[in-house]
Unconditional design. Structure first.
Lengths: 419, 418, 295
């Protein structure tokens, strides 16, 4: 028997993740907070499956919501059948049905779409996405038309007292599936298929020379990705108890693309972080301000311009510096930059909120931002916020130059130290 | 979204108060409609009018120490987002919701409210629907916890076809609708009711077009012309309505348009002169109606109306709040169940005639009007076209008043009462 | 017979409008490899700028000023946005234009509100042009066709008769070689991007008052022009022209036909047809109808 040392790091990381899943609803227990956590969990699975295509396979898809949506539709009809007693199947395992539907359509559509790569693939996926969306509205018998198909998740025999009535039970269901999916998708990246997908992404010609059919590799990758997309669709169906044309819409495909990109496409963790940030913007922020779409757009464009590897890339860049023990030198410039960014953001938020309030007909022009109230019609707050924004931008330029200089110096040292 | 930040704090306190039972000081009603995105103006219209109504009711003191309050929630016209917002509503302890834009959203909310009430007895929520007209919600999908204050699309078609039956010049009708549940309902009802009332009318065409996607209606207009229609019945709204009428004018199409929603937000302005004398609408109110007991309310509202939404549009909204307040007084309680029991079967003296909230299906039965858009008096139109719609140069005048019983269609509702 | 003629004219005029829109996109895509998701947003901006100018000054000045304004916006976008993102690859460029489309829509909401604005056809162009056996054909549609054809001719002249045009033509099929030959490719890019945006803006000026000018107009027309660019073929303006006419006529005629298949009439399926065409074409002929390169 070969002795294999216990990979303690691996156990700690996965254990910590499982612990976070278990413990987090105790900290955020309101109904709305729980629904946000559930949506985060669902989107994590969806974004990870999307990254199987984009980050690992190099396939940019504009129609990934097709697989999750069709998975959701099959799941909702199955749930209704369970409810009528015609199909005894545990609700807990419903995501498997969704995954199966995703798999089926992945095979169907994937065969034609993966024959091409690059921009052609992207446009075919866009076309198929629009087609499926149009078809959903054309066949109201199965798809329920505009209103969609409703269902009740409290059906069948309760399992160990779990009925899925209360949201907290749904949360733990989603958390379990999310954890299992993360493990599965991570494991896939370590398999030969996962590695070959990377190879096909980077250099398809060479992959062919090594003896692999690039189309087959891409096809398998898409099929597996659509399985997980279907799983996430079924979970969304259980959470909302309704599936409608939104589930296959271009907006949803765009959303998962944004979420994945914001988190970081080249990294496995990226979509997880991206999903959390995206749900925060789309669900929580929209309750506080009408300008949430603008903020999301600005944030997204900023990430594209300045951090094309996503948030995770910024975090991971710090690790070699941390290892070399030099992170402390960066703390002060980082704090300065953060402070400057905060000032700029205050100015920006002030102006944006005032603009939105003025464009909003019929609302009072008196705003309460940051605990102070002022009237958007007077010039004083405009000048004030504009000055704050300008000051923030100037400070940010100075701070970023400082960060850049320190960073450059550290990188040079690290390079010099390498053997 | 007035003073959201202050409200967030106040809501915590209010929630505690409300959860303690019937005689809470503020009765909050959640307004779940689009307040951002493409349909924001529609949502803002309802919100502005409802705030006005609630202010008036509070000022009149009819509820004694209690006050009504409208709390807006933005659902971006998405059924799933509406369910998110409903969770927030429940979290904040609000027991009443009102909504109207999109029957799809209404369907989702109705099912969610039913499920919530079933799973949480004692914490029920009541749903006041002011504009979602899919007939199903007061027929096969009816619910004790849902009240509809707008005539549903079948009822409107019943009244419209009764009027059309009396118009001898209508011989060939073309049906053009949006391809979704509402459009299907309009088309089905139109066929069935016209066949019943005027079997001699020929239906020369029946088309469905994708919702909100067609920019060029010229092909449809050419078809209508080729079929020789003199009348078009359409449930189109928004851009689909304005583009259709404009395309008709461009091609010199001479038909009468019988519509549901051509009087809506931005549509009169977009249609412009193309509509004058040709576009007819079925609605429960317009500003130039005769014997208008709501004339002063209308004028007062216009004085303080926001710039983008200058018209008073939802008389049924005013009726809804008045009946709601009346039900609270009658039930001597702000508990949804008691209020619902008081509200069903209630008769109310509305501004244009008596209205009744039918007990069997919770559908409000009210008089309706067929009106035509003409050039406003200021632009040379007839004298009674005094107040124009949204400063578009078009003003409504009455073609006919249809008494409440005309639209009172039978219902298939088998209501389960708690 | 009258019906057929009218529908043909409708189809052609709609197709020509689509061509005005997609020509800019084809040029930008072929030369720079950037699929500009914000192209339909430039169309929308053109309509709104034209509305603003026509309200203050008049329609005819708007016809000139609005496209120039949109072209300027396009050049700024290229200079300060796309150029920075270019080094991160095509995906990043695409996503940048994607985010830009969002932001432009929000900006339009803020400045002009969420409802349609009253951008009207000028009275001198309002009315029937001629009668075809009882049906009228509006002057404005004829004007639209005229402008589209004039635009096509002038692009063709510019591309084949001017020096910059020749450089652009070369860049359409061999961008790296052009760079290797020492031409100031970044400046050419900026010009082409601005030009593409101006073309979309011109389409907006013409189309905005024929149809509706509202914040949803970009999303309404966006997917179709992608289909046209793909079907016509990357790198081919002639292909875009043919594809625009093809799809314009297809959508127009699909509405008129009363055939049904399995309960769904062709008219109901009309919106799906262009995408179906695109998917089929991409599978069997990914270079498009007349394209010279794949993706």
């Amino acid at each position: 028997m070969r002795y294999e040392p216990l990979n303690l790091g691996r156990w700690i990381v996965w254990g910590a993740m499982a612990l976070v899943f278990i413990v987090v609803p105790l900290a955020f227990s309101g109904g709305f907070a729980l629904t946000m956590l559930i949506q985060m969990g669902t989107l994590i699975i969806f974004a990870l499956s999307y990254n199987m295509l984009l980050g690992q396979g190099g396939m940019l898809s504009f129609g990934h919501a097709v697989y999750s949506g069709l998975g959701a539709y099959l799941a909702v009809h199955t749930l209704n059948l369970i409810g009528k007693g015609a199909f005894p199947f545990p609700v807990t395992l419903l995501p498997l049905i969704g995954g199966f539907a995703g798999l089926l359509f992945g095979v169907l559509f994937g065969y034609v779409t993966t024959r091409r790569a690059g921009t052609t693939f992207a446009l075919i996926s866009l076309g198929i996405g629009e087609m499926v969306f149009a078809c959903v509205l054309m066949f109201p018998g199965f798809f329920g038309g505009e209103a969609g198909v409703s269902t009740n998740r409290v059906v069948g025999q309760p399992f160990l007292g779990i009925t899925y009535g209360p949201a907290i039970q749904v949360y733990y269901l989603v958390a379990t599936w999310c954890f299992l999916s993360i493990v599965a998708m991570f494991a896939l990246t370590q398999t030969p298929l996962g590695r070959m997908a990377n190879a096909v992404r980077d250099n398809p010609e060479r992959a062919e020379f090594v003896g692999y059919d690039t189309q087959k590799v891409r096809f398998l990758q898409l099929v597996l990705a659509s399985f997980f997309a279907g799983v996430s669709g079924a979970l969304s169906c259980i959470n909302f108890e309704i599936v409608s044309s939104e589930n296959v819409s271009a907006l949803r495909s765009a959303g998962v693309l944004m979420a994945t990109y914001i988190g970081g496409v080249p990294f496995f963790l990226g979509p997880i972080l991206g999903a959390i940030v995206f749900i925060f913007f789309a669900v929580a922020l929209s309750g506080f301000t009408k300008a949430w779409l603008l903020y999301l757009g600005l944030f997204f464009v900023t990430v594209v311009l300045y951090a094309p590897g996503g948030i995770v890339s910024i975090l991971l860049m710090q690790i070699p510096v941390l290892r070399a023990g030099r992170l402390r030198e960066l703390l002060w410039p980082y704090a300065l930059a953060a402070g400057a960014a905060l000032i700029a953001m205050v100015g920006l938020i002030g102006i944006v909120e005032m603009v939105y309030r003025l464009s909003e007909q019929g609302a009072s022009t008196v705003l309460n931002v940051f605990g102070m109230s002022f009237d958007a019609r007077t010039t004083a707050p405009w000048i004030g916020f504009a000055l704050i924004l300008a000051a923030g931008i100037v400070a940010l330029r100075f701070a970023s130059r400082l960060v850049g200089a320190r960073w450059g110096a550290i990188q040079q040292d690290l390079l010099a130290r390498q053997p | 979204m007035k003073g959201t930040f202050i409200r967030a704090g106040a809501l915590g306190a209010a929630a505690a108060l409300i959860s303690f039972g019937a005689w809470a000081q503020t009765i909050k009603v959640a307004y779940i409609d689009p307040l951002s995105g493409a349909f924001a103006q529609t949502g803002e219209q309802g919100l502005a009018e409802f705030r006005f109504a609630v202010d008036r009711i509070n000022a009149s003191g009819v509820l004694g120490k209690q006050k009504l309050e409208v709390v807006p929630f933005d659902n971006k016209v998405s059924p799933q987002e509406s369910l998110n917002q409903l969770k927030r509503v429940i979290d904040q302890g609000i027991r009443y919701i009102t909504q109207g834009n999109s029957s799809a959203v209404a369907g989702a909310l109705l099912e969610a409210v039913n499920r919530h009430n079933e799973r949480n007895p004692g914490k029920e929520i009541l749903y006041l629907n002011y504009a979602a007209v899919d007939p199903a919600y007061t027929n096969e999908k009816c619910s004790f916890w849902h009240f509809r204050f707008d005539a549903n699309s079948d009822m409107k078609m019943e009244s419209l076809t009764t009027y059309m039956a009396g118009q001898k010049n209508i011989k060939k009708v073309y049906l053009l609708n949006q391809d979704y549940s509402f459009g299907h309902a309009v088309k089905k009802a139109a066929r069935e009711m016209l066949a019943r009332k005027r079997p001699d009318i020929q239906i020369v065409g029946d088309d469905l077009h994708p919702l909100g996607k067609v920019t060029d209606f010229a092909p449809y207009v050419a078809k209508i012309k080729a079929a020789g229609a003199d009348t078009v019945i359409t449930g189109n709204w928004g851009q689909d309505m304005s583009l259709l009428v404009k395309a008709g004018k461009d091609a010199g199409l001479n038909v009468d348009w019988y519509t549901y929603y051509a009087g809506g937000l931005g549509t009169p302005a977009a249609m412009g002169e193309a509509a004058a004398g040709k576009v007819k609408i079925i609605a429960e109110y317009h500003s130039n109606v005769a014997n208008n007991k709501a004339a002063k309310w209308d004028a007062d509202y216009r004085k303080q109306a926001p710039k983008g939404n200058p018209d008073f549009y939802f008389l049924r909204g005013k009726i809804m709040w008045e009946m709601f307040a009346k039900a609270i007084i009658q039930a001597k309680s702000a508990e949804p169940k008691a209020v619902a029991l008081a509200l069903e079967g209630m008769k109310h003296e509305g501004d244009l005639g008596e209205v009744e909230m039918r007990k069997s299906d919770h559908q409000l039965i009210q008089p309706l009007y067929v009106l035509t858009l003409v050039k406003s008096a200021a632009k040379g139109g007839p004298k009674e076209a005094k107040i124009d719609m949204e400063n578009s140069g078009l003003a409504p005048i009455t073609d006919a008043r249809l008494e409440a019983y005309t639209s009172a269609t039978a219902t298939s509702c088998q209501m389960k009462r708690p | 017979m009258e019906f057929f003629l009218v529908q043909t004219l409708n189809g052609i005029s709609y197709g020509l409008l689509l061509f005005m829109l997609s020509s800019g996109l084809t040029l930008v895509f072929s030369l720079m490899g950037v699929l500009n998701f914000a192209h339909a947003s430039f169309y929308m901006l053109g309509a709104y700028f034209a509305y603003q100018v026509s309200v203050k000054i008049g329609f005819w000045p708007a016809l000139v000023i609005a496209p120039l304004l949109v072209g300027a916006v396009g050049m700024l976008v290229e200079r300060f946005g796309l150029r920075k993102v270019h080094k991160y690859g095509h995906v990043a460029e695409l996503l940048f234009t994607f985010g830009l489309a969002y932001l432009i829509e929000e900006a339009v909401h803020l400045v002009w509100g969420r409802l349609a604005v009253e951008y009207r056809v000028p009275p001198e162009l309002d009315g029937p042009l001629f009668q075809i056996m009882g049906s009228q054909y509006p002057i404005y549609r004829g004007f639209m066709m005229l402008v589209s054809v004039a635009m096509l001719v002038s692009i063709w002249l510019a591309l084949t008769r001017t020096r910059v045009g020749l450089v652009i033509q070369a860049g359409l099929t061999h961008p790296q070689t052009v760079e290797a030959l020492g031409h100031n490719v970044p400046r050419v890019f900026m010009l082409v991007f601005g030009g593409g945006a101006a073309l979309a803006g011109l389409a907006g000026v013409i189309g905005g008052n024929a149809f509706v000018t509202d914040p949803g107009m970009a999303a309404a027309v966006g997917p179709i022009i992608f289909v046209i660019v793909v079907v016509g073929g990357m790198g081919s303006l002639a292909g875009a022209f043919i594809a625009s006419l093809l799809i314009g006529c297809m959508q127009t005629f699909a509405v008129s036909l009363d055939w049904s298949l399995g309960g769904i009439s062709v008219a109901q399926a009309a919106p799906v047809l262009p995408y179906l065409l695109m998917v089929l074409l991409l599978i069997f002929r990914p270079t498009g109808l007349m394209g010279t390169r794949e993706g």
